[in-house]
Design a protein around this ligand. Structure first.
Ligand code: GDP
Ligand code: MG
Length: 198
């Protein structure tokens, strides 16, 4: 058992499609406690600083893209004009900056057992067409990586969730001041404490 906090963002497509309530509701239903919540229209600079800029991260994005193309038998070089993972990753980051800064997002911090891993499971695969039914990305969109790439835009996958506990700590600090986060007892805490004492 590891009660921890993680960061979730409802991206512009999620807010514009009136999915904020449904997405928040899924996390509440799973037992997460909302300890921070606000709306913002991120600037390009904020988005630039939020997503990593390491060659390692660019490379991973490029790899994922190529993997999807291999599955589909599409020539990635014809779409991107290169086979270099890092160059592809940098292009995707530019698209991501336009997308996330285009319209308001909902930012939240969720607290619960194994929060980072559990929220990732609930969010599902980055590529929505490959995301399992029952996940947010799998249930609310038919978007796909190859579709987004051919339109030269970021994958519109409704929600962001920190990749792991270390990323969560950084991302919470990036978007929230300590005074914007709240400690309180919710119904789950009360039930667990009450039944645990019996
Ligand atoms: P996540 O942690 O599942 O959100 O995925 P990543 O951290 O790898 O990527 C961040 C975001 O960039 C994703 O949620 C997508 O919006 C976008 N993205 C990632 N990979 C690709 C890609 O190959 N092509 C495009 N067009 N967008 C991508
Ligand atoms: Mg990520």
């Amino acid at each position: 058992m590891a009660v921890e906090r993680t960061f979730v963002m409802i991206k512009p497509d999620g807010v514009m499609r009136n999915l904020a309530g449904k997405v928040i509701g899924r996390f509440e239903q799973a037992g997460f406690k909302i300890v921070g919540l606000r709306m913002a229209k991120p600037t390009k600079e904020q988005v630039e600083g939020f997503y990593p800029s390491s060659d390692d991260w660019f490379g991973k994005i490029g790899e994922k893209t190529k993997h999807r193309y291999n599955q589909l038998g599409i020539d990635g070089k014809a779409v991107f004009g290169t086979n270099n993972n890092i160059t592809i990753g940098k292009m995707v980051k530019k698209w991501l900056i336009s997308y996330i800064s285009s319209s308001p997002v909902v930012l939240m911090v969720l607290e619960g057992n194994n929060a980072a891993e559990k929220t990732r499971k609930m969010v599902g695969n980055t590529d929505p067409i490959n995301a399992d039914t029952g996940t947010i990305r799998g249930d609310f969109t038919l978007e796909s990586v190859d579709w987004a790439n051919s339109d030269k835009r970021a994958v519109m996958n409704i929600v962001h969730a920190s990749g792991d506990s270390a990323e969560a700590k950084e991302e919470i600090a990036y978007w929230f001041k300590p005074a914007e986060l709240f400690d309180y007892e919710n119904a789950f805490d009360i039930i667990i404490n009450k039944l645990g004492d019996a």
